[in-house]
Each structure stands twice: as C-alpha cells, then as structure tokens.
Write a protein that binds this ligand. Structure first.
Ligand code: GLU
Length: 204
C-alpha cells in the first residue's frame, strides 16, 4: 500500500502532487504517476522507478492544470511497469488506488465478457472500467457513479477518482486504508498520509 496525493484549487497541481509524493517516499514504491486536468482533458504521466524518473518525464511532457491526482505504487497485482503504474484512465475517468481489490478475477472476467479492453495487469484498472461503464450508462454525477461502481468491489482500498467531464472535484472512497482530507483557503488536498500535505495545510 503506497502513496496518494490529490489537489483541487488555483495553484498548479503537478508540483504539489510530486512534492507530496516525495514526502511519502520513505514508504517505498516501484513506480509513480500523475493525472492533471486542463483544457477539457486530463494528461496522465507515469513511469516505473523513482520520482526523479517521473520528474524527468514531466519536463518533456508537462502536465499543467489546477486539479489532479498523484500516486506512488507498490505493486500487488501486476509487475512494476509503466503500464501498471497509476493513474489508470478509462474514458474520462482517472483512478489512483492504494490496497487490493479482492474480487479482481471475477470482475476482470465480467468486464472482459462485456467487451472491456485492458491496458494493464492491475486490479485498479478494473475499478476505472466499472466507473466508466456506469458513466456511459447515463449516470453523469461522479459521486453517484463512484458509489455505484464501489458496490461491486470487495477489499481494502483508498481510491481517488477524477473525471475529465467534471473537473471541479475529486471523489474519494476508502475502506480500511488510510486517507485524510486537508482544507486550504480556496483549495483542498487529499492524501494517504498527513505527512504529504502538512506543508500546505494544518486543517486536516
Ligand atoms: N493493487 C494495486 C496495484 O497493484 C495498488 C497497489 C498499491 O497500493 O500501491 O496496482
């Protein structure tokens, strides 16, 4: 179980996300990534290895924008690789996740039978597909869509979800995995550990 950081506000998200993830480095991780929204769509930048690799990649492929999510991964399902690094994006939905989806095999079979094409070996990607399917069935409210998809998921998890089509908020869900929300002035943070956001706010 590794690191989660999210930001919604007026500042550039990427430096805050990477800065927060750096504070969580002590926990260990095998890959890192961000998804940041601007101008109608989010850009996912992620890679295997250290945060320094991600920062290098971000200088070549900048991810500007004032809402975003960042993750450091400790692989449980699928080897450490660029493709398995979070965030996982399906349609308009970006997801980061700490923990394990216990019923991932059944979900993968069900989604495959319904025509889903997978781009990773992770349990996490399945949740992005579940939300995407709910959204495409006509549920436009992200909180409702996440809640509906969650009803199919068993396990210990902390998820943060961002939707390209509603870039005003992040939706989070947790069960038995830690997550904290940090309140700022005209901005808010979310993280798997208070250490990640203490430099930005003390209102947790
Ligand atoms: N189970 C997920 C994966 O393997 C999340 C691992 C984590 O908590 O970092 O990608």
């Amino acid at each position: 179980m590794c690191g989660i950081v999210g930001y919604v506000g007026a500042r550039q998200a990427t430096p805050l996300l990477v800065g927060g993830l750096r504070k969580l480095e002590y926990r260990g991780y095998d890959s890192a990534g961000v998804s940041v929204w601007s101008n109608g769509a989010s850009r996912v930048v992620r890679c295997r290895g250290k945060l320094a690799n991600l920062e290098d990649k971000l200088t070549k492929e900048p991810a500007p924008g004032t809402i975003g999510i960042g993750h450091t991964r400790w692989a449980t399902h699928g080897r450490p690789s660029d493709e398995n690094a979070h965030p996982h994006k399906v349609g308009s939905i970006s997801v980061i996740h700490n923990g394990i989806i216990e019923n991932h095999l059944a979900l993968r079979q069900e989604l495959a039978a319904a025509g889903a094409k997978f781009s990773s070996e992770t349990d996490t990607e399945l949740f992005a597909h579940l939300i995407d399917r709910v959204v495409r069935s006509g549920v436009k409210d992200l909180t409702t869509a996440v809640r509906t998809a969650l009803a199919k998921v068993h396990g210990a998890y902390a998820f943060v979800v961002m939707d390209d089509d509603d870039p005003t908020k992040l939706v989070a869900a947790k069960n038995a995995s830690p997550m904290v929300i940090g309140l700022g002035d005209g901005e808010n943070f979310i993280a798997s550990d208070v250490t990640a956001i203490l430099a930005e706010t003390r209102k947790i």
